[in-house]
Design a protein around this ligand. Sequence first.
Ligand code: AMP
Ligand code: GLY
Length: 423
Amino acid sequence: MKVLVLGSGAREHAIVRALSQDPDVTQIHVAPGNAGIAADAVVHALDLTDAMAPTALASELGIDLVIIGPEGPLVIGAADRLREAGINVFGPSGAAAQLEGSKAFAKEIMAEAGVPTALAHVCDTRAEVEAALDQFGAPYVVKDDGLAAGKGVVVTDDRAEAIEHALSCFEKQDGRVVIEEYLDGPEVSLLCITDGLAVIPLLPAQDFKRVFDGDLGPNTGGMGAYAPLPWAPAGMVEEVVARVVQPTVDELRHRGTPFCGVVYAGLALTSRGVRVIEFNARFGDPETQVVLALLKTQLSHVLEAAATGHLADFGPLAWHEGSAVTVVVAAENYPANPMTGDVVTIQDGLGEAYVLHAGTKRDEHGAVVTAGGRVLSVVATGASLGQARENVYVAVNHVEIRGSHHRSDIALAADEGRVHVPS
Ligand code: AMP
Ligand code: GLY
């Protein structure tokens, strides 16, 4: 099978790594990729803001399966153009990707499908924002309705800051704001593969969105993750599939916009039960790095089954024993204004751990340099969560980038038994 992966993050590098260990994959092409991906696959320059560009490239290369990583190409309909050309694609249509592209749309689908989520108001004016903030009270949750690369959400006790964020969202074209009730309880990311009909869950993972240890500082795209979740209640995955993901997939199909790809359910396990925080229409980053580290089933098989509508015949996935942890190494000043152009040095002796690239490129001298906020994802597995943590942090110390930073507490609370679902 000849596969084309679209994207340039550590998530795409994780997908490439899984495909490169898959005996049925003969060629891996990536567009646009990064410096690390270029060592493991054939990379192609491509403008992902052009919805037709992936179809042209896939046709030229004779690709059997296209896997779309980021949300950008999905919401502009890149998967639609590929399907129209008769090319197998793993990734939802532009219409179905609105599940991620518009928080207001996601709320509408959840209301129709009876999926539990935070109460919310969609606001178009400052007066509506203030009324909604006062109805829910602090902590205030203020979200940009549209795509914002994980940085559109402000959670704060400061009413003035909440209003300020709302006003900044209104400044965008067609800007709208969603104000939500605050959800207590630990967060879970459950990524599910679907062909629009059947749903197969991956291992549950937890992501660390805040930039600093102790969940301090602003939200980021994600600073680390681990899987599976030793503290998750028995039957949690089955419950989320039955109450959240399957009804959502069914609702989208009934509307005539079936969803083929990954439904990523971002959940809070609150004192009143499971609630959806958000949906994404793609593999999570950095969750994918840990989930694929443990996947035993051939990735090409399950994604092809989804892309061709045969997922109902596909049995449950097989997993390696143990745990996986990933730590993101970020550039100086990420998430505000990341520095670029710093040399990336990785010393030998990573052991079982490995480094996936995100914001990297080769400079004019051939050296690998930083080219984005999240630079690398270091990944390790281990027989226990504690072992995986130890392995990953030994490896992180082999990475040298001037001014870079990472969190030192990824998976720590879970390893120490300090994560509790409120009862
Ligand atoms: P989102 O982009 O919607 O995933 O939000 C980013 C992060 O903000 C989430 O991972 C949560 O940590 C936090 N967050 C979002 N919505 C809520 C909520 N209703 N209650 C508490 N925290 C939230
Ligand atoms: N890990 C969060 C995201 O992929 O959006």
